[in-house]
Design a protein around this ligand. Structure first.
Ligand code: GDP
Ligand code: MN
Length: 391
């Protein structure tokens, strides 16, 4: 689960991590008032669950309260599109108004779980404020990596070592060490999956400060953190992904494709995406109905897939184990009827009650091509995408 910068900033503040003075506004008038309270020179930042706002017009540095109101007016109510969002962007309902910081140096520090090290990994760099992916690709030696002990956390001497390696001035090593240690505490105590500060700044008046804050939380640990759960903003999530999540279905939207995929199980999902590519197309999404989905869940899954506007054809690839193919077929028929879709459907169904399932589909009068295996599925899919209808 992701949260907004203004929420992450409050968590950091409560852990003693220095952040600029700031408030959050939902209207241009509130932004103006905050700017007045903060002394006029402020930065107005769109609050969305995505980075890359700076380059996308979502971060505005201003000198006067009127300009703060103007910047807020330009952001609030609109969708912000950054390189991290999907094509349509995400809605901006709030802006953070923070006092303007005079920056001497922009650095980077993040903590994430490292599967190889089986420990929280601190990654830090003297190159902050830019895409860390670019630093990793072009100058990987500029990224310092230090694993924290999973039981006792990040030792202060490790934090100090990191601070020195990323070029924190000697007289600021002590507060920087405290800052990094406290970030590691946030990561551990809040069951975060990511804590990322980009940029971490050294100010012209000799302070270290977290100027941006991104925190993501481990979904499986959310039950332990009701305070974190309360920070959720479902509006920032993809609408269909949210709907699927609420229904207990795993749906993933993919950019650029035109085939909707319904599968059960992650392995079949991978194989199904490969077959889609073999057919010369790309998946627009995939929806994993899981092991023992009931008919109404399958129907809902089908409706979610067809309500994705990018979908031109649907590939169903199911293996009946615990899931019975006749139940799945009834669900698909119900979903097709409820949604009234005319989209072509290619179905591969094997395992428990597969024959009965295929009969149900054939009898329902859908635009369906049933196939025996994935090779046939690719051929059928190629044909329906070329507008050749049933094979
Ligand atoms: P992001 O683009 O979504 O990661 O948003 P950030 O909060 O990281 O802001 C992007 C960039 O705007 C930073 O890297 C800074 O260069 C600049 N910026 C943000 N806040 C301030 C500020 O208070 N003072 C100055 N001088 N620049 C800022
Ligand atoms: Mn940033």
């Amino acid at each position: 689960m992701n949260i907004h910068e203004y929420q992450a900033r409050e968590i950091l503040d409560s852990y003693g991590v220095p952040v600029p003075r700031a408030g959050v506004a939902s209207t241009p008038e509130e932004a103006r008032q905050l700017a007045i309270d903060l002394g006029g020179r402020v930065v107005v930042k769109a609050q969305v669950h995505a980075g890359g706002r700076g380059k996308a017009g979502g971060v505005k540095l201003v000198e006067f309260p009127d300009e703060a109101a103007e910047a807020a007016a330009g952001m609030l109510g609109a969708n912000l599109v950054t390189h991290q969002t999907k094509t349509g962007g995400v809605p901006v309902r709030k802006v953070l108004v923070a006092e303007l910081t005079d920056i001497a140096d922009e650095l980077y520090v993040a903590i994430t779980m490292d599967a190889d090290a089986r420990a929280p990994m601190v990654m830090a760099s003297s190159e902050g404020g830019v895409e860390i992916e670019e630093v990793a690709a072009n100058t990987p030696e500029k990224i310092v990596r230090v694993a924290a002990d999973p039981l006792i956390g990040l030792s202060p001497y490790h934090a100090r070592d990191i601070a020195m390696k990323i070029g924190i001035p000697t007289d600021l090593v002590r507060p920087a060490t405290a800052l990094i240690t406290n970030l590691a505490r946030v990561f551990q105590e809040k069951d975060a999956s990511l804590v990322e500060i980009n940029p971490l700044v050294v100010t012209t008046d000799g302070r270290v400060m977290a100027l941006d804050a991104k925190i993501a939380f481990e979904d499986d640990a959310l039950f332990r953190h009701s305070d974190v759960q309360a920070l959720e903003d479902p509006e920032q999530n993809d609408e269909l992904e949210q709907k699927a999540h609420d229904a207990g279905l795993a749906y993933v939207k993919l950019d650029g494709g035109r085939v909707g995929c319904m599968v059960n199980g992650a392995g079949l999902a991978m194989a199904t995406m490969d077959i889609t590519k073999t057919a010369g197309a790309a998946p627009a999404n995939f929806l994993d109905v899981g092991g023992g989905a009931a008919e109404d869940k399958i129907a809902e899954a089908f409706e979610i897939i067809v309500s994705d506007n990018d979908v031109e054809a649907i590939l169903v690839n199911l293996f009946g184990g615990i899931l019975r193919c006749d139940v799945a077929a009834r669900g698909i028929v119900a979903g097709a009827q409820n949604s009234g879709t005319q989209l072509p459907l290619v179905v591969a169904m094997r395992g428990t009650n597969a024959e009965e399932g295929l009969k149900i589909l054939a009898a329902a009068g859908l635009n369906v091509t049933t196939v025996g295996d994935l090779g046939e599925a690719a051929i059928a899919l190629t044909k329906v995408l070329a507008g050749e209808g049933r094979v």
